[in-house]
Design a protein around this ligand. Structure first.
Ligand SMILES: [Mg+2]
Length: 226
């Protein structure tokens, strides 16, 4: 008889369990309408100006830097980047999310073998909205929001919080995430085993314990078959 290799499975949220379904072009137009400015650029141009992942401590400042750069590219340096940034945060609909392939079943299967949780870097209000929209909030035994803690992923703290809350061993806990830098390295900092959900790239210098192209593959890992 095979012994279950994991007592708990923790998941990243964005890009691992779910993705956004909002029409980003329409969102972008609504943002300009709100501030009464003629549109410039595209959502993709804006994302390209941003430095690294979202700064959850200062989301307005994070996007304002991007708008300042984008405005300069379009000779629109008279616009108010702070106003655009605030408008963007208003028009983003966090309830417009859907499960990534295999994600809902992966949570169900993980819950059947042990404790399950979410460790995300986002703020509680935005991430709870997504989980509620997906209808899975109550299926998790622990929810940890890095933005609400002194340190977020890849620091070990958010993982430690989840482990402590569940009363399980880090060495018998699996973390599933789509970021090598924040999820794989972070979980390894806390002593967890890791599954990297890759986006077509390769792991480079990182060493996840398992690599999958979709969460459809997770049940086999949970069963110890690979
Ligand atoms: Mg992610």
């Amino acid at each position: 008889m095979r012994v279950d290799p994991f007592d708990a499975v923790l998941f990243d949220l964005d890009g691992t369990l779910c993705r956004r379904t909002q029409d980003t072009q329409a969102m972008y137009d609504r943002m300009f309408d709100r501030v009464g400015e003629p549109r410039f650029g595209d959502p993709e141009d804006l994302w390209a100006t941003l430095d690294g992942p979202p700064d959850h401590d200062d989301p307005v400042g994070y996007f304002a830097v991007g708008f300042t750069r984008l405005a300069a590219q379009h000779d629109r340096s008279n616009v108010d980047p702070i106003a655009l940034s605030r408008a963007l945060l208003t028009v983003i609909d966090d309830s417009a999310v859907e499960f990534l392939p295999g994600a809902e079943e992966a949570v169900t299967r993980a819950a059947a073998t042990g404790a399950v949780g979410v460790v995300t870097n986002g703020p509680e209000d935005r991430q709870r909205t997504k989980l509620d929209a997906l209808g899975v909030t109550d299926r998790f035994d622990v929810l940890v929001y890095g933005a609400e803690l002194p340190r977020s992923k890849p620091h070990a703290l958010p993982f430690d919080r989840a482990i402590d809350a569940l009363g399980v061993d880090a060495g018998r806990t699996l973390y599933v995430g789509n970021s090598l830098e924040y999820d794989v390295a972070g979980a390894q900092n806390a002593g967890l085993s890791t599954v990297w959900l890759r986006d077509g790239g390769n792991a480079g210098a990182y060493e996840p314990d398992h690599v999958v192209d979709s969460l459809v593959e997770l049940p086999a890992i949970l069963a110890g078959d690979r």
